[in-house]
Design a protein around this ligand. Structure first.
Ligand code: MRU
Length: 344
């Protein structure tokens, strides 16, 4: 990858500004946890694993800014930092997963001096970014077996290097297959309303020499009916214990289309996206975003003033529409309730 999604450098966090891609390649600098929280909220950085890593780095920045004489005060002040970061976005469970990992580390490090604990938290956040990349590569190795040369793969939203600390989940599978010499094409759904497909997936795949064709979301059914799509691979924001998958709005429709046309529908996601404490998709909180994203196309208003709008940012694909889930530990198929549990 010739860009960095997120990076810790000289006790600052740098993120490529995903709101500006592909027109501008600029980086946002965060020097405290409030700026990181703001960056997650405003979508400078997005994508479940990337949000998790950003939160961990935000927590580490927050820790550096704390003035405390003892562990108890430090831990108390850190709770405020963690709460602010947790409140940024509700659906991607990687956010909570990452902050829980930081909280556990604080709880189990009461013997460390405050300065040493701060360094330990910084090291943990950096390690979480490195782990994320290697997990994605493992996922890629497993998932690449599902792709054959000559195929056309459809993807929705962006589950690439930009949505992770690097390499990607759904796109990571494609990068791994490509590195194995397989030659295939990708169709990228534009992904209204935030256009992650048009702005990010198209940019990222083209930058990595994978042939990509951009389509609007409503074209997928037509292309499937014509026999042009051989598999769908998407990422996930949260997978419930029964295998229901929350992912970017529109994924559910793609899954139904794939089912109807007998096309395999794969979900690539790390274990940190699997939430065994959420029994089914019904309990997954779905973020509702600003109506402006729907009434405007880019910055141009396209809808009448005062119109009522809904803007759920995610939907849930029921497990029966999911052919397999690709994880760093291997490929999981139904029955998901049992097989996902076995992964842990
Ligand atoms: O709103 P976003 O852009 O954060 O939503 C991202 C997605 O829905 C991705 O498909 C998901 O996080 C998987 S990323 C590897």
């Amino acid at each position: 990858m010739n860009f960095k999604t997120i990076e810790w450098r000289d006790d600052k966090v740098y993120m490529i500004d995903q709101r500006k891609l592909p027109l501008e390649e600029v980086y946002v600098e965060c020097s405290d946890h409030k700026q990181v929280a703001d960056a997650i909220k405003t979508m400078v950085i997005r994508g479940a694993p990337a949000i998790g890593v950003a939160a961990a780095m935000g927590a580490a920045l927050g820790a550096l800014g704390i003035d405390a004489k003892n562990h108890e005060t430090f831990a108390q002040k850190m709770e405020g930092v963690l709460a602010l970061l947790l409140a940024t976005r509700p659906t991607a469970v990687n956010l909570r997963w990452a902050l829980e990992r930081i909280r556990r580390l604080i709880q189990t490090s009461a013997d460390l001096k405050i300065e040493a604990l701060k360094s330990r938290l910084r090291a943990e956040a950096i390690q979480m970014a490195e782990e994320d990349v290697s997990i994605n590569r493992q996922m890629g190795t497993h998932g690449a077996n599902l792709i054959e040369s000559g195929q056309t793969i459809l993807t929705h939203c962006n589950a690439g290097a930009l949505a992770t600390a690097g390499y990607g989940t759904a796109l990571g599978v494609m990068y791994a297959a490509h590195a194995q010499g397989k030659r295939f094409e990708v169709f990228a759904d534009e992904t209204r309303p935030f256009l992650q497909g048009a702005r990010l997936t198209a940019w990222e795949l083209a930058k990595n020499d994978i042939p990509v064709t951009l389509i609007t979301d409503n074209m997928a059914g037509h292309l499937m009916a014509q026999g042009k799509i051989h598999a769908v691979i998407v990422g996930a924001d949260r997978i419930a214990a029964n295998g229901d998958v929350a992912n970017k709005i529109g994924t559910y429709g793609v899954a139904i289309l794939a089912h109807y046309h007998k096309i395999p529908f794969y979900v690539a996601a790390p274990l940190s996206t699997i939430d065994l404490s959420t029994p089914t998709g019904k309990e997954i909180p779905i973020e509702e975003r600003s109506p402006d994203e729907v009434t405007n196309f880019s910055r141009q208003r396209v809808a009448p003033e005062g119109i009522k709008v809904r803007n759920p940012a995610f939907d849930v694909t029921p497990n029966e529409l999911v052919t397999a889930i690709i994880t760093e530990k291997g490929i999981v198929r139904a029955p998901y309730e049992k097989n996902l549990k076995d992964l842990f």
